[in-house]
Structure formats: structure tokens, C-alpha cells
Ligand binder design. Structure first.
Ligand code: FPP
Length: 240
């Protein structure tokens, strides 16, 4: 079957790097390195098929609790990725965005990220959003704090707070809702990712580990998405 209906916003929880490495008898870091190759392939796919928004969960607020060496390795991988891929991303008209609390990031990683974001800021193709030091509860709390400050300052009334206003205070203020969320590695959890934005998303789980996730696996997920009926609370007949 041919894919004719692509999601506007695809989000992915890239999981299973550590288990993949273990399976090969390698250190966890090799799994993350191999995972970066999958990132590159998935980005290229989205560019080629004009999927406007791709959001990847690259580092959660909870990931800070991993062994210091692994955290360091992940930060270095991010910097390496940005340096190595910036030209290709630019050529592919990709815009880069980061969501999360970057204040916790080492200066070198934050610098590389902000520089690349700036370099790609006028691109008009796929928006690649990296969730880094990201947690949905933290995002929502930040929004609530800013909203209450705005009310206190008299810039906003409590009654005026609706979904559109709330959306403006999220890290994802300029992204549409997620249409399809994929999680790899046979885990059936959301793990504090985009809780507000996935309210009506289709969820797709696969046993495949992230380093082994190929274009064919992605197409399986996209076909599954295409064959689902999104009713948004309505009944089938109302959609016709
Ligand atoms: C989950 O695997 C993956 C991560 C915590 C990090 C994801 C990062 C990358 C794919 C590489 C860096 C990304 C970019 C964009 C440069 P896990 O370690 O939790 O695997 P496990 O559950 O098998 O232990």
C-alpha cells in the first residue's frame, strides 16, 4: 500500500540504544552513536516526504540522573551531530528548534545548539525540534507560572485563559499538535513527553530498538497512521 497521508507533526521517543549496545556486547555509548545514524535517516525521510514537523525526544529531565559519564557522552554526541550535520540540514532547508530547560546544559552544548538554531532560522522546510532536558510537567509548570504572572500584572484576565492562550505559553508555541507519536523498543509509556500536545495523537509502539529502526519501520508506522480514523470525539458518519 502506498502512503498518501502523512502526519503534519511526527514525534518520536527514541528508545533502546542501551539495550542495542548490550546485545552487541558494547558499551551503552555505542548505542547512542548508532542511534544518531537513525536520527539522520529519519530526518532525511521527513525532508524527502515534506513532513513539516519532526520532534525527537533526545534527552529528558530525568536523564540527568544517569551516570555522569553517559550524560557527558550524550552531550558530546549532540555537539558532534550539530557540527557534522549543520551543512546538510541547511541544504535540506531544515529549521532547528529546541524545547526544554537549556539552562542546565553545559555551555559548550548550549552554544553549539544556539548557533545552529540561529544559522537555520530562516529555513522553511521541515522543522526539526529536539527535546533536550525536556519534561512535559516542567513545561506545563513554566507555562502556569508565566500565565499567573501575566494575570498579576494585569496583562490577562483569568477568564481569558483558554486553550489557545495556554498554547502560547508552551515551549511548542509555534508547533501544531502532534498527529503521530512513535515509541521504539517495546516500552508502552509516554515518559513525560509532550503531554499537552499529544491529546489527540495516534500512538504507535514498536519492539524495534532505536539503532535498528529503519525507513521500512518508519513506513510501517506511517501506514498504520494512515489507516486509522481520527474522530476527535465525533462519530464516523460526521466525518464523511
Ligand atoms: C534512549 O535509549 C535514548 C536516549 C536517552 C537518548 C537518545 C539520543 C540519541 C539517539 C542520540 C543523540 C541525539 C541527537 C539528536 C544527536 P536508552 O539509553 O534509554 O536505551 P535503553 O532503554 O535500552 O537503556
Amino acid at each position: 500500500m502506498e502512503i498518501t497521508k502523512y502526519p503534519r507533526h511526527l514525534a518520536i521517543i527514541m528508545d533502546g540504544n542501551g539495550r542495542w549496545a548490550k546485545k552487541q556486547g558494547l558499551m551503552r555509548g555505542f548505542g547512542h552513536e548508532k542511534g544518531v545514524q537513525t536520527v539522520r535517516e529519519v530526518v532525511e525521510y521527513c525532508v524527502a516526504h515534506e513532513i513539516p514537523y519532526l520532534t525527537l525526544y533526545a534527552f529528558s529531565t530525568e536523564n540527568w540522573n544517569r551516570p555522569a559519564l553517559e550524560v557527558k557522552a550524550l552531550m558530546e554526541l549532540l555537539v558532534k551531530f550539530l557540527k557534522k550535520e549543520a551543512d546538510a540540514l541547511h541544504k535540506n532547508n531544515v529549521r532547528l528548534k529546541a524545547i526544554g530547560n537549556l539552562d542546565r546544559f553545559p555551555a559548550k552544548a548550549k552554544d553549539a545548539l544556539l548557533k545552529t538554531i540561529d544559522r537555520l532560522k530562516d529555513n522553511t522546510g521541515t522543522t526539526l525540534t529536539l527535546a533536550l532536558s525536556y519534561g512535559a510537567r516542567e513545561e506545563l509548570l513554566t507555562a502556569v507560572k508565566q500565565l499567573s504572572a501575566a494575570v498579576k500584572e494585569g496583562e490577562l484576565t483569568t477568564d481569558a485563559i483558554d486553550e489557545t492562550v495556554m498554547q502560547r505559553y508552551l515551549y511548542t508555541f509555534d508547533l501544531p499538535d502532534v498527529d503521530l507519536l512513535i515509541r521504539t523498543s517495546g516500552e508502552y509509556r509516554i515518559s513525560n513527553f509532550l503531554l499537552w500536545q499529544i491529546a489527540y495523537a495516534e500512538l504507535y509502539f514498536t519492539e524495534v530498538l532505536w539503532p535498528e529502526f529503519t525507513k521500512a519501520h518508519l513506513e510501517e508506522a506511517l501506514l498504520s497512521y494512515q489507516n486509522r480514523e481520527r474522530r476527535f470525539g465525533k462519530i464516523s458518519e460526521q466525518l464523511k
